[in-house]
Design a protein around this ligand. Structure first.
Ligand SMILES: NC(=O)c1ccc[n+]([C@@H]2O[C@H](COP(=O)([O-])OP(=O)(O)OC[C@H]3O[C@@H](n4cnc5c(N)ncnc54)[C@H](OP(=O)(O)O)[C@@H]3O)[C@@H](O)[C@H]2O)c1
Length: 386
């Protein structure tokens, strides 16, 4: 029986992880659940799964939760409480389904405590890849990818020698605006951006998928997870979302991992690895799927991919700034403060003003994050005034 902590329990990844716990009552028991501010759902989850501990970031939400939490469940408060839960001594597995750079502290705390970490929070690696790898090397912690593309690469690389790898190819659906011109993109609405054609996810990653920044963040994530340089990581648009990624080897052979676009599949593998458990989830039927197509991404209509490659290659604090500016710009787009194309404009402007420093500590990352949020916020306000 694996004892599991789920961070971001109230989100899309967290709720799907709890569905898996439900489907395999003999395999998993929940010992910790964490959220940001959704006290009501966290309380219902705590009542249902009876963890030893819950953590919630928001102060008012913590006060509300304290009055209704079933007896025998400890309450941890604030970001520090979530990081404490990530290191819970009795946990065998920690699933990080927090959205945004806020997930980095918990990633580091889990690895420092020697945990097996199932990582959905790609921003941890984008922002703090170097520090996360140092923590991994220094301790007994282990990292398992949850993102479907990285789970696919992980599966294609099983049993392979890293020197035999020629390149990694990340696939992406292309999002709801595939094929649109920059002029058409200027007119898209928030509702259209949130209507993803193949995946059902939280709002931030759904907008990232529409700009292709999600693919850019995944390129940086793959660089750190698999130790492959940016020149050997490519992106291909595959609208059906059946081939989740590919690895090309030096002998010309290519391995791909296929499956239905259902995040419960990569979450399940990360939760059971190295075992594979039989599932009752819908299975892929290629005859029914029919045609699978592939095309190059349109980088002129979707500049986010280029920005992410550039930030990744330049290294230092650039990826942290890319990520923070993206978080601010996406939140502003969702609030209606800026248009869709302004998301990447804000990021590019913020990156252009940044004087990067080497990442020698978490504090250097925090400073870059704070700086980027301030400047991206100004860039958003400038656009509002125009
Ligand atoms: N959804 C997918 O299918 C999918 C696929 C691949 C990768 N991912 C990655 O998985 C992560 C989560 O995505 P999601 O779609 O599940 O997001 P989501 O639905 O928006 O859920 C986010 C979760 O994080 C919590 N949270 C937000 N801010 C927090 C903070 N500052 N500290 C602690 N917890 C915080 C939220 O709590 P509240 O509910 O209380 O706000 C919620 O539980 C992202 O990094 C995303 O890129 C997601």
């Amino acid at each position: 029986m694996k004892r599991i902590v789920i961070l971001g329990a109230t989100g899309s990844i967290g709720r799907q992880a709890l569905e898996i716990v439900d489907a395999y009552p003999k395999e998993f028991t929940v010992v910790g659940l964490a959220a940001h501010r959704n006290a009501e759902l966290l309380m219902r989850q705590a009542t249902r799964w009876r963890p030893r501990c819950v953590a919630i970031v928001d102060d008012d939400a913590a006060d509300n939760l304290a009055t209704v939490l079933p007896a025998g469940i400890d309450l941890l408060r604030g970001a520090a409480g979530v990081a404490e839960l990530a290191a819970l001594p009795e946990a065998d597995l920690v699933l990080n389904g927090i959205v945004g750079s806020a997930g980095l502290d918990s990633t580091l705390a889990a690895l420092r405590a020697g945990k097996t970490l199932a990582l959905a929070n790609k921003e941890s690696l984008v922002v703090g890849g170097k520090i996360v790898l140092e923590e991994l090397e220094a301790g007994a912690g282990r990292l398992l990818p949850v993102d479907s593309e990285h789970s696919a690469l992980f599966q294609c690389l099983m049993g392979e020698d890293s020197t035999a790898v020629r390149r990694l190819v990340l696939t992406g659906s292309g999002g709801p605006f595939r094929g649109r011109t920059p002029e058409q993109l200027g007119r898209v609405t928030v509702d259209e951006a949130l209507a993803h054609p193949t995946w059902n996810m939280g709002p931030k990653i759904t907008v990232d998928s529409a700009t292709l920044m999600n693919k850019g963040l995944e390129v940086i994530e793959a660089h750190y997870l698999f130790g492959v340089d940016y020149e050997r990581i490519d992106v291909m648009i595959h609208p059906q979302s059946i081939v989740h990624s590919l690895v090309e080897f030096v002998d010309g052979s290519v391995k791909a991992q296929l499956g239905l676009p259902d995040m419960r599949l990569p979450i399940l593998l990360a939760m059971t690895y190295p075992a594979r458990l039989a599932t009752a989830l819908p299975q892929l039927d290629l005859a029914q799927t029919g045609v699978l197509t592939f095309e190059a991404p349109d980088e002129s209509a979707f500049p986010a991919l280029r920005l992410a490659y550039e930030a990744g290659r330049r290294g230092k604090t650039y990826p942290a700034v890319l990520n923070a500016a993206n978080e601010v710009a996406v939140a502003s787009f969702l609030e209606g403060a800026i248009g869709f194309c302004a998301i990447t404009d804000v990021i590019e402007e913020t990156l252009g003003r940044h004087a990067a420093v080497e990442v020698t500590s978490v504090e250097a990352l925090r400073d870059a994050d704070t700086w980027a949020r301030k400047h991206a916020g100004e860039a958003v306000r400038d656009r509002g005034r125009r």
